[in-house]
Design a protein around this ligand. Structure first.
Ligand SMILES: CC(C)(COP(=O)(O)OP(=O)(O)OC[C@H]1O[C@@H](n2cnc3c(N)ncnc32)[C@H](O)[C@@H]1OP(=O)(O)O)[C@@H](O)C(=O)NCCC(=O)NCCS
Length: 170
């Protein structure tokens, strides 16, 4: 069977998955020079992961927004460097969009010098809102999901073709 991206929720007690999430988080922070290693990991409400060949290749941590009603907020999203650009981030956001029943908005803050993330959020239909912060853009899109996060189904997405060689060809 052809490889696919599988997206599902992670159980809070699934230590192995959280260790892999931390690895991807750390790999991305080293590359981007970030400092918020534990923020999302400690406080999120939902963790969504994407797997290829049963290995976690991306994650997003989400929280019910404390400041805005009816809002599901992205605390972190990151994709394994070797699997960027093949649709992993989009697959996870599509999953969130389909499972955010009860929420009206899906929001994220994006660092101003993070061009990949800015393009990614714009491509996914997020628009800027509110006042621009000093270092970040706030992005939001409307959602109207039929399912909530208690849905335990695994969702499947195709892997987009990427020009250069990746782990997928090994
Ligand atoms: C941002 C990020 C999550 C995107 O995930 P991804 O799986 O690589 O993205 P996808 O393959 O689903 O790409 C979807 C669209 O996003 C945009 N995009 C993704 N990476 C991009 C890049 N490096 N430059 C410009 N646009 C990019 C493109 O429009 C792309 O559509 P296309 O392939 O049809 O051109 C990923 O680059 C990442 O992990 N970055 C480091 C961590 C981070 O910055 N997180 C965001 C914090 S707010």
């Amino acid at each position: 069977m052809e490889d696919v991206i599988k997206v599902c929720l992670v159980n809070r007690k699934d230590r192995e998955s959280y260790e892999r999430i931390e690895d991807i988080n750390l790999e991305n922070l080293v590359r981007n020079g970030g400092t918020l290693r534990f923020e999302g990991i400690l406080y999120h409400d939902y963790a969504v992961v994407a797997k290829i060949k049963d290995r976690i290749v991306g994650y997003t941590l989400l929280a019910k927004n404390f400041f805005l009603d009816d809002d599901i907020y992205v605390m972190q999203i990151a994709v394994d460097n070797k699997f960027k650009g093949v649709g992993v981030g989009s697959a996870m956001y599509d999953y969130v969009e389909k499972h955010s029943k009860g929420f009206k908005h899906f929001t994220a803050n994006v660092n101003k010098n993070n061009i990949a993330s800015k393009c990614f959020h714009e491509k996914f239909g997020f628009s800027p809102f509110g006042e621009e912060g000093n270092t970040q853009y706030s992005y939001s899109k409307k959602v109207n999901a039929k399912k909530d996060f208690s849905d335990k189904e695994v969702y499947f997405y195709p892997i987009k073709k990427k020009e250069h060689e990746s782990e997928l060809s090994k």
